[in-house]
Design a protein around this ligand. Structure first.
Ligand code: TGC
Ligand code: FAD
Length: 405
């Protein structure tokens, strides 16, 4: 195979996704039968509905909108939200495994799922009124509607508490003004959970619906990363938001930060999915590719790369499993989640870079998933809190001193 032409390789990679996960420390024995069943059903879905098409979508910067309904059908949206509200009613290990498998396919696809579940359904479930839960959650859970989460602004990324998007109480409605930037799903979203300040400067969540006058969602073009995910802005020009669209359950920065805890947890698992795909591809390629009359896998320097990849993946799998058990017990802290997100994305990026080396020139092509994962991970290491912000969250935990300002 490794001496085939580019065209032959393209045909082969389009047809076959042979991925299997490494389980060097028998972590599967810590999972329940239900966990394994969920993982294998999502993996089958990814092999059938994502792997054959993802290179083409990414090359064309195309967001496959039809995937939204399909994700709804397989329970990828809001796995840990109760079933009566359109979620999966599953535990956090299941949620993690779902994110891992989807990101194994593509980080942009996982973005679509984790934004919908952790950043749109979760705040409506956690802070919404019963009427809001009933109106929005079933449609979001089934994929009939797509949602997005607006926290970041052009001038306030790492420091969301400085946001300037604001709303005024006009008696029978709120008047919303401002803009959000870098918003996953926004160009196609039916609803947006938007974080804005009231007249007193207190942050609240508002549900803004497509079609409200003065609300637009321009798409962001020219990304080299997450090319199969739709990213855009949210622009509010005197948008009249009905009063019943304010999330009543919690205000202050703590509300969006709680959503981020859930999403960052999912990303910690997702990143390992991307890392495992790179490792799996590199291992297969190394065994098949002949140079100097031998498989390149027989050279010590190649074995070193593979051994180090497996070591880091195994450590990250253990980290995720333990964090998942803490999440299930309601004991996981923000800084524990930061540690896992930070570590797992860093090692996933390192693994993608090493896997790229093992694939030689082929590693830069779309015939293998490596460059796509690597470019995607450059967004994943920045969104939901940059690598350095997570380090500072850990620094504050260790020292009791915050070093953000
Ligand atoms: P700080 O003073 O630390 O806290 C302000 C208030 O918030 C409370 N709080 C939390 N509450 C619950 N859970 C948490 N995890 C919380 N973190 C903070 C805190 O107790 C305090 O409450 P109160 O009542 O005392 O006022 O806030 P700070 O302004 O110093 O900022 C801290 C910092 C820098 C760590 C935080 O702002 C941060 O994490 N910045 C990064 C921003 C970020 O992650 N943005 C993500 C945008 S969404 C996104 O990227 C989606 S991509 C999705 C995809 O496509 O997959
Ligand atoms: P900045 O905050 O300007 O940071 C730039 C650099 O400065 C970073 O290296 C950072 O670590 C460093 N820095 C900043 N402050 C400090 C400090 N105090 N100490 C040390 N270093 C510091 N946001 C949403 O709300 N919803 C979404 O759906 C969403 N999706 C996204 C999708 C993509 C593809 C991308 C790229 C981003 C998305 N984001 C989203 C935004 C994302 O959360 C922000 O990009 C991120 O929080 C960083 O903000 P920033 O880009 O403004 O960088």
């Amino acid at each position: 195979m490794a001496s085939h032409t580019l065209e032959q390789k393209a045909v082969k990679s389009m047809k076959q996704d042979l991925f299997d996960h490494p389980d060097f420390y028998a972590i599967d024995s810590l999972l329940t039968e239900e966990h394994k069943l969920i993982r294998s059903s999502i993996r089958d879905f990814v092999k059938k509905e994502i792997s054959p098409y993802i290179e083409d979508w990414a090359q064309r910067a195309h967001f496959p909108y039809e995937i939204v309904k399909k994700f709804g059908d397989i329970g990828a949206f809001g796995p840990s939200i109760p079933t009566e509200y359109g979620g999966g009613g599953l535990d956090y290990i299941s949620y993690g495994l779902i994110m891992q498998e989807i990101e194994r396919g593509d980080s942009g696809m996982r973005s679509t799922a984790s934004v919908q579940g952790s950043l749109v359904m979760y705040p409506i479930y956690k802070f919404g009124s019963e009427a809001q839960r009933k109106k929005y959650l079933p449609k979001l859970g089934s994929g009939e509607w797509l949602g997005c989460f607006g926290l970041t602004e052009p001038d306030h990324g790492s420091n969301p508490s400085g946001m300037v998007t604001n709303f005024r109480d006009m008696g029978d409605h709120y008047l919303l003004n401002g803009a959000k930037m870098w918003i996953s799903n926004s160009p196609k979203a039916d609803v947006a959970v938007v974080w804005a300040k009231n007249e007193e400067g207190r942050i609240h969540g508002l549900i803004v619906e497509r079609g409200m006058e003065g609300f637009s969602t321009p798409e962001t073009h020219g990304k080299w990363s997450l090319r199969a995910s739709a990213t855009g802005e949210l622009v509010f020009d005197n948008v009249k938001v009905p009063k019943e669209n304010l999330l009543p359950g919690k205000s202050g920065l703590g509300a969006p930060m709680m959503c981020l805890d859930s999403a960052r947890y999912g990303i910690a698992w997702g990143a390992i999915g991307a890392a495992m795909d790179c490792y799996d591809s590199a291992r297969r390629y190394a065994v098949e590719r002949i140079q100097f009359g031998k498989p390149i896998a027989s050279f010590q320097l190649v074995q070193k790369k593979l051994a180090e990849m497996l070591t880091e993946i195994t450590k990250a799998q253990l980290l995720n499993w333990r964090l998942g058990t803490l999440m299930n017990e309601g004991k996981a802290t923000t800084s524990q989640i930061s540690l896992a997100k930070r570590n797992n994305i860093e090692i996933a990026l390192d693994i993608a870079r090493e896997a790229r080396q093992i694939h030689g020139g082929m590693g830069i092509t779309g015939e293998y998933p490596i460059m796509r994962h690597m470019a995607n991970l450059e967004s994943v290491i920045t969104y939901e809190g940059t690598h350095d912000i997570h380090l500072l969250i850990l620094g504050k935990e260790i020292t009791g001193i915050q070093a953000f300002v």
